[in-house]
Design a protein around this ligand. Structure first.
Ligand SMILES: Nc1ncnc2c1ncn2[C@@H]1O[C@H](COP(=O)(O)OP(=O)(O)OP(=O)(O)O)[C@@H](O)[C@H]1O
Ligand SMILES: [Mg+2]
Length: 260
């Protein structure tokens, strides 16, 4: 059965998509991976497929959620890397969920988990990217997860968001999915020349201790350019993803510490 790994933080621009895309790409070198885009921006879809998100109109995660069946909406990127894409319409997920005419009668936080149910045995890992908000799309992504990675970009606003994000994870654990674990906090987008970045990195460690991954991801031009160049036939791919290899090792240790 696939391990579901969700990347989240309600602060925008904190490398959720970049990190989930790189992790999906790197894991797919050796494992069967399904990426799931739960954000109406469709950035993970664009990053991994290098296509316009509207090419996937009506063939996205929103349609999958409405029938709680992922299979017809899986797009193949490579043999080992598949995606359920998103476009703007997933923004209507909450209104669909609360529409009195909606025939869905299950737990409103478990729609994604139910949707992925039948395909879990087809993959080793399912990587879920979330929007910069704590709405229903994120709650469903947290509830569907075996493990959650909290993204901490070294800024004061992201630091302010982190506490509430972790509280939300605990709430989802208590109310919806007792099996879900918080894998840890990934400190990222560090500008090594900035002392305030360094101070925030240290503050996160002081406050959250071992919950922080040891690996810290810096800002690099090659990583930033992935959205333009993609993963295939990208001459700087090795340097773009190099620093994520260490993180994946740590992540795998924490993921595999989690029982099926
Ligand atoms: N390690 C990095 N080095 C350089 N640039 C990066 C790095 N990680 C992310 N970026 C860039 O920072 C910007 C924000 O990253 P990304 O879109 O992954 O964040 P996000 O948390 O998914 O944003 P949103 O909240 O809007 O979904 C993007 O332009 C991305 O290319
Ligand atoms: Mg994003």
């Amino acid at each position: 059965m696939a391990k579901v790994i969700t990347f989240g933080i309600q602060k925008g621009g904190s490398s959720k998509t970049t990190t989930s895309g790189i992790v999906a790409y790197l894991l797919s070198q050796k494992h069967r991976v399904l990426a799931v885009d739960m954000d109406s921006q469709g950035n993970l879809t664009e990053l991994l497929t290098q296509q316009d998100i509207y090419n996937f109109h009506k063939r996205t995660v929103f349609e999958a959620l409405q029938i709680q069946d992922a299979r017809p909406f899986i797009h193949k990127i490579t043999d080992n890397l598949h995606i359920i894409p998103a476009e703007d319409h997933i923004a209507r997920f909450a209104s669909w969920l609360y529409d009195s005419k909606n025939p869905y009668r299950g737990n409103k936080s478990l729609v994604l988990m139910e949707t992925l149910g039948d395909v879990q045995s087809d993959y080793d890992y399912i990587i879920v990217d979330t929007p910069p908000a704590l709405g229903e799309q994120t709650i469903n992504a947290l509830a569907a997860a075996n493990v959650v990675v909290a993204m901490f970009e070294a800024s004061k606003f992201c630091y302010s968001a982190l506490g509430r994000f972790l509280e939300t994870c605990v709430h989802v654990q208590e109310k919806v999915n007792r099996e879900m674990k918080i894998a840890g906090i990934l400190r990222c987008m560090i500008d090594v020349r900035r002392t305030d970045n360094k101070a925030l990195i240290e503050l996160a460690e002081e406050v959250y201790g071992e919950l922080c991954f040891d690996t810290v991801i810096t800002r690099t031009a090659a990583t930033g350019r992935l959205s333009i160049n993609g993963f295939e036939n990208n001459p700087e791919i090795k340097s773009a993803v190099a620093q994520y290899l260490e993180f994946i090792e740590e992540l795998m240790d924490r993921v595999n510490g989690v029982e099926d």
